[in-house]
Design a protein around this ligand. Structure first.
Ligand code: AMP
Ligand code: MG
Length: 490
């Protein structure tokens, strides 16, 4: 073994700690009793310029567990506030997550490296600052599945068990820590935290930090606040269109879980749909169905209104003028969302040019999927691998739709083979199906066996591969296997 394999070294380059002290609390993770490695993400480590073997070393595991502070790391808990299910909470913050620092990756991008479940912080309120193995494995698999599907998201670098148990409603559960990687952990709620405290200096500092970090093209904007708002609106519209196109339901779209960079963040009670239903909800705590599939665009827009409110002062000296500007930007959300949604959905049904009634064609397929209780993923996958004149449901309204669709494809000036190729690269065989996620968590908890976790993780990493179609992970759940509720499990 060479030296690099014995010692984890991350080339930290921390910028958030240079912001004003009210942005964070400096503190180290709380040590755990006997950490053990579950998994390391070799390719992500490579992207970050970290030797994956060093993450697996004894020293690496101690760092991933928060028992040892790596050179260059300046651990902090970030301050933020937010609206939870529409209710204002003036102080949230990293209650169980600790940012180790930032690093510049081989793709030129700056990334946060954060431990989730690393112990109590000044923001923990009544919580224990810990995570158990269920949410850690769920976030690991689902975030990596999203990355493989091309959806903007935080990533998972590693997971360890702690050797300590964590008390949850269901009793003592094995503790675990996820190492999460994100372009940043700045949320709408970060702006709200300072707006609620009328701390304009902090908002201004945050605004410039965010522009430098995520939207450098806006550095010379005439009205940086307005330009930033428009950019975040665009990024969120793109993100939600991605979610809709893969049947992903986030489940807790609170403003503190709405990232400024436009990445999916905070995989709590999230799930991919099996059978399509526009009003599908998975989260056990979302009793009002606020965050149902079909509400996701509207809720994102609601979250962005809250961001706009934080930026008003910087848009114009005259409050009324500022409100008018912000409102105009917010009104753009619908148009931006439909724009991105059509990009995703046209590709899913193999349309390589644009016609006026494409949205109607897509919507009628969705209606039919709901009426016939079809599996979301498989319906699109079948379109991708069949000739348009080979009906997947002979006779009836589905067949009628298919005839409409094949006429539309015929109208394209582009060869059918290209349409099919696009569909095959766009419609996955594999999503992280909820029943499989739950089953692998159960195996890990009850049998201390991570083989189902590793198998599922491997499958979701190559979602478009033809080999999967007849494999175990592509199948929709049977009625008995179906899991329709998820628990936040914090
Ligand atoms: P989440 O629902 O994961 O987005 O978390 C909402 C807020 O609750 C954040 O401020 C978290 O840091 C905090 N939180 C969640 N779980 C815990 C926990 N076990 N201990 C302390 N704080 C927590
Ligand atoms: Mg959160």
């Amino acid at each position: 073994m060479n030296a690099s394999q014995n010692t984890l070294s991350i080339d930290f380059d921390n910028s958030y700690v240079s912001l004003a002290p009210e942005f964070y609390e400096k503190l180290n993770p709380t040590p755990v009793s006997s950490p053990s490695l579950i998994v390391v993400n070799d390719s992500l480590a490579g992207l970050l310029g970290i030797d994956p073997d060093s993450l697996r070393s004894e020293h690496g595991i101690q760092v991933l567990a928060g028992n040892h502070i790596a050179d260059g790391s300046e651990p902090i808990a970030m301050a933020y506030a937010g609206h939870q299910f529409g209710n204002w909470v003036p102080q949230l913050g990293d209650g169980r997550a600790i940012l180790l620092g930032e690093t510049l990756a081989t793709d030129g991008q700056r990334y946060d490296v954060q431990l989730k479940g690393a112990g109590r912080t000044p923001f923990s309120r009544g919580g224990d600052g810990r995570n158990w193995i269920g949410p850690v494995l769920r976030e690991y698999v689902v975030s990596e599945a999203m990355a493989a599907l091309g959806v903007p998201t935080t990533r998972a670098l590693a997971a360890v068990t702690t050797g300590d148990s964590v008390l949850r409603e269901t009793g003592p559960m094995p503790g675990a820590i996820l190492t999460r990687v994100a372009r940043s952990h700045i949320r709408v709620g970060t702006f709200q935290y300072f707006a609620a405290r009328q701390n304009n200096d902090a908002i201004e500092q945050l605004m410039h930090h965010v522009i430098d970090r995520h939207y450098p093209q806006l550095r010379d904007a005439d009205n940086p606040a307005l330009a930033l708002l428009a950019a975040v609106i665009d990024a969120q519209a793109n993100l939600i269109a991605h979610w809709q196109s893969v049947g992903f339901i986030h489940g807790v779209m609170n403003t503190d879980n709405c990232s400024i960079s436009g990445d999916t963040i905070d995989y709590g009670p999230c799930a991919f749909m099996d059978t399509f239903s526009a009003d599908q909800v998975f989260s056990s705590i979302d009793r009002g169905a606020r965050y149902a599939y079909q509400n996701q665009p509207r809720i994102a827009q609601w979250n962005l209104v809250n961001l706009a409110q934080c930026l008003l002062t910087f848009m114009h000296d005259d409050q009324e003028e500022a409100v008018g500007m912000a409102q105009a930007a917010i009104n753009e959300f619908d148009e931006r969302f439909v724009h991105y949604y059509l990009i995703r959905m046209r590709a899913k049904i193999g349309l390589l040019d644009e016609q006026d009634d494409d949205l109607a064609l897509i919507s009628s397929l969705m209606d039919l999927m709901a009426r016939h209780k079809l599996d979301f993923t498989q319906t699109f996958r079948q379109l991708a691998h069949r000739a348009p004149d080979d009906p997947f449901a002979p006779g009836g309204d589905l067949h009628d739709w298919q005839l409409r669709w094949s006429q539309r494809i015929d109208n394209c000036a582009i060869p059918l083979s290209e349409s099919q190729r696009t569909m095959q690269l766009t419609n996955p065989a594999i999503i992280a199906r909820n029943h499989q996620v739950e089953a692998m968590i159960e195996q890990a908890v009850n049998e201390q066996d991570f083989s189902a976790f590793h198998a599922l993780l491997k499958a979701v990493a190559t979602p478009f591969e033809r080999d999967h179609d007849d494999g175990p992970f592509a199948a929709a759940p049977t009625e008995q296997e179906r899991v329709t509720q998820t628990f936040c499990g914090t």
